[in-house]
Design a protein around this ligand. Structure first.
Ligand code: CAA
Length: 263
């Protein structure tokens, strides 16, 4: 994985963790065309690198994870149908859905619209106490369409999805935790250390087990119960003879920490 030290998406590596930073602090890290191109590329590259076990997405600057789509780039569209078709084929958010490794969102400040959609596409969301969330889209004459409507209804059910998206109301980190949109809230200056501690804990686990657990939950959640159980069983079967499963059991018997190889 190439480290990227300039531009709208930065990529750095610490240990087995790729830190992907939305880097337009003067625009509160709004998602412009450059971010739409570079974010998927950064995620795919980190996902393909065997030295990386976990990805963390964060926002640069003190004020914002991401304030959503770059509204200054909003213009009239000549051919809505052609635009819709091209968008349906390959959307920048797909890279997050397709990532096989654990994705952590470390959220501070504004997390709005497309920024909230990025966070929701991650596997685990850690929020700073100062984080503020909203779906402002309907106020702008649009709807959340980077998976927002679909993810929120699946995570929270119809009632909350309709309330949050129709009103576009702003809510804080504690409410986001009560709702179940984030699972961890920490003090603002503890955000980076908390995300790093979580990332390193996941990086120390057998990667195939994490990958398959993601698949069982994300894909299985879209299936009926019986089909989901079959998928779960299939995935477990693939894990039964992995070195890491055998190493975990051996280490337990020998009363020592396991050494996972990723195979
Ligand atoms: N797009 C472009 N620029 C943005 C932006 C955005 N979404 N959000 C903030 N900025 C820019 C501002 O224009 C400003 O830059 P300039 O000084 O050059 O004008 C800078 O960031 C700082 O912002 P403010 O001066 O507005 O800061 P504030 O503290 O007064 O307000 C805010 C902060 C409440 C987040 C306000 O900026 C705001 O409402 N931003 C828009 C949020 C929004 O509606 N996002 C959803 C977009 S739609 C979407 O996301 C859907 C999708 O993915 C397709």
């Amino acid at each position: 994985m190439l480290e990227v030290t300039e531009g709208a998406v930065l990529v750095t590596r610490r240990d087995a963790v790729a830190w992907i930073t939305l880097n337009r602090p003067d625009a509160l890290n709004a998602i412009n065309i450059e971010i739409q191109a570079r974010l998927p590329a950064a995620i795919r590259e980190a996902d393909a690198d065997p030295a990386i076990r976990v990805l963390v997405i964060q926002g640069a600057g003190p004020r914002s994870f991401c304030a959503g789509a770059d509204i200054k780039e909003f213009t009239a569209v000549d051919e809505p149908l052609a635009r819709r078709q091209s968008r349906m084929r390959d959307h920048w958010i797909d890279a997050l859905d397709q990532c096989q490794k654990p994705l952590i969102a470390a959220i501070h400040g504004f997390c709005l619209g497309g920024g909230l959609e990025i966070a929701l596409a991650c596997d685990i969301r850690v929020a700073a106490g100062d984080a503020q969330f909203a779906f402002p889209e309907t106020g702008l004459g649009i709807i959340p369409a980077a998976g927002g409507t679909q993810r929120v209804v699946r995570m929270l059910g119809w009632a909350q999805a309709l309330d949050l998206i129709l009103t576009g109301r702003r809510f804080g980190a504690e409410e986001a935790k009560v709702l179940g949109l984030v699972t961890r809230v920490v003090a603002p200056d503890a955000l980076q250390p908390a995300a790093e501690e979580l990332a390193l804990a996941l990086a120390g686990k057998p990667p195939l087990a994490l990958q398959f657990a993601k698949e069982a939950i994300r894909k299985g959640g879209e299936l009926d119960y019986a089909a989901g159980r079959r998928l779960e069983t299939d995935l477990l079967t693939h894990l039964l003879n992995t070195s890491d499963r055998l190493e975990a059991a051996q280490a337990f018997r020998e009363k020592r920490p396991p050494r996972f190889s990723g195979r």
